[in-house]
Design a protein around this ligand. Structure first.
Ligand code: MN
Ligand code: MN
Length: 470
């Protein structure tokens, strides 16, 4: 009727944005690579349930590819910097000098969990229990009535270290936190708010119920029995828990989800999905012009504070060491390099939940299978507590990802007034560098069993490689 010359459908295609589904861009050949990748990733998840295990397995992964401990080598082209076994910097020299640019990917290796208290062990009603203090943002009820494993280290005053892993092998026992039966929960739980019906002090794990002897005169004979077993197996006394990092995590392996096996379910995917992708991409990227740095950081789930968190001078420690090895002594070099770096703060995003759409704003939400997901800013309620990536940097990434056929989208974490979350991005932005959040959408984030899509995790890995190769 308006006598337009262009076909409406054609024009729509040309002008409108349409979100892609990553599976539509994956052919037979790619599916094989994708399956291999997700298999390897799931194995990494199974073997890496604490921040210490992630760092140890990352180092074991890097060494065969020629990466060396920066403190034990004179070389400076492929090195890693290990801090307390909880944070790791992985550096690979590009064809150009580090002063000509640095590409950084940073991910975090800690996940929500329950930590044993320093005096954990006690006996109550002839059951032996251990007290915990939760770490990170958890919905406490999700940790009840399920098999739990114990992972950690005990460090003795003579510096000897004992590793403890119980509950992952089928033949090993597990632990559990017992919930209250529904028959008796009416007053104690059912009328209360979800944030209140499981007090933190009731997150105590059951770890035994047999007495040491039938001499009922012996005080705490049930606790004594467990203490004797621990002493036999690990050489520990009750006092040794004081100098231990012991974490309670969901027992069991990551699994494929769905008839079509298209999804990955498992503990700690926030943010080990990005950790694995970042670690693999710095090894696999073929020719890199600019130098690359992957940072695997601890303490993100509690605000990135602490010696191994991103709100520390770890980045300066790592890059400073590399500069010294490369003979760059200009006092301004470090500041300049960091200020001109490009950084992907690689962390997960909230996938739109089909049953809880009301918390998302659908035009600007993340979706499972829509590929890698970027967030221009994080924070909450009016962008508070976030950095925001410049349009120029976003434009550069559009070019990189589109040129390399990476399926990706961009999202905000939830509706404007709904909530939100911070990440490592702002601590990187502190140095003046370009930084943006880049990860994959996750369903049920922070739950003991988180869900990701195989298509997304593979797209993200390829996105990382493309970023490092640019
Ligand atoms: Mn995270
Ligand atoms: Mn998290």
């Amino acid at each position: 009727m308006f006598n337009k010359k262009t076909d409406a459908k054609e024009l729509t295609k040309k002008l409108f944005f349409k979100r892609k589904n990553a599976w539509d861009s994956i052919d037979e050949k790619k599916i094989k690579e994708l399956n291999k990748y997700s298999e390897e990733y799931m194995k990494f998840l199974n073997d890496s349930k604490t921040e210490r295990e992630v760092i140890k397995n990352a180092i074991d992964y890097l060494i065969p590819y020629g990466f060396k401990d920066i403190n034990k080598t004179k070389e400076n082209d492929k090195v890693f910097y290990n801090h307390f076994g909880k944070a790791l910097g992985i550096f690979r020299k590009g064809k150009k000098d580090i002063t000509d640019g640095l590409n950084i990917i940073v991910a975090h290796v800690d996940s929500p969990r329950l930590d044993l208290k320093q005096h954990p062990l006690y006996e109550d009603e002839e059951l032996v229990m251990m007290k915990t203090h939760y770490y990170g943002g958890i919905k406490k009820y999700q940790w009840l009535s399920r098999p739990l494993a114990m992972h950690g280290v005990v460090v003795f005053p003579n510096d000897k270290v004992k590793n403890i892993v119980i509950g992952e092998d089928e033949n090993e026992p597990v632990f559990t936190i017992s919930d209250l039966l529904p028959h008796l929960a009416k007053k104690a739980q059912m009328g209360k708010k979800a944030s209140e019906f499981i007090p933190g002090e009731k997150l105590n794990i059951i770890c035994g119920s047999m007495p040491f002897s039938d001499d009922t005169e012996v005080k705490e004979r049930f606790k004594l029995n467990i203490m004797e077993m621990l002493n036999d197996k690990y050489g520990i006394k009750e006092e040794d828990f004081i100098s231990a990092d012991i974490e309670i995590v969901p027992a069991g392996k990551a699994r494929e989800i769905g008839f079509d096996r298209s999804l990955v379910g498992g503990y700690g995917q926030d943010d080990r999905v990005c950790t694995f992708g970042a670690m693999k991409s710095i090894v696999d990227a073929k020719e890199i012009d600019k130098s690359a740095l992957v940072l695997l950081m601890d303490k993100e789930e509690i605000g990135s504070d602490g010696a191994t968190g991103s709100n520390s001078v770890f980045l300066e420690m790592v890059v400073g060491e590399i500069l010294e090895k490369q003979g760059i002594t200009n006092v301004n070099a470090l500041t300049k390099i960091l200020a001109s770096a490009d950084c992907l703060s690689s962390d997960v995003n909230a996938a739109t939940h089909p049953d809880w759409k009301e918390v998302h704003e659908k035009k600007n939400a993340a979706y499972l299978n829509a590929g890698m997901v970027l967030s221009k800013f994080t924070g909450s309620r009016g962008k508070a507590g976030s950095n925001e990536a410049n349009a120029e940097f976003v434009a550069k990434l559009r070019r990189i990802f589109d040129d390399n056929n990476i399926v990706w989208h961009i999202s905000e974490l939830g509706k404007v007034d709904e909530g939100g979350g911070g990440t490592i991005a702002k601590f990187m932005a502190y140095y003046g560098m370009n930084v943006i959040d880049a990860g994959v959408p996750v369903l049920d984030m922070h739950a003991p069993f988180e869900v990701t899509s195989k298509a997304d995790i593979w797209m993200m890995y390829n996105g990382f490689v493309a970023f490092l190769c640019d």
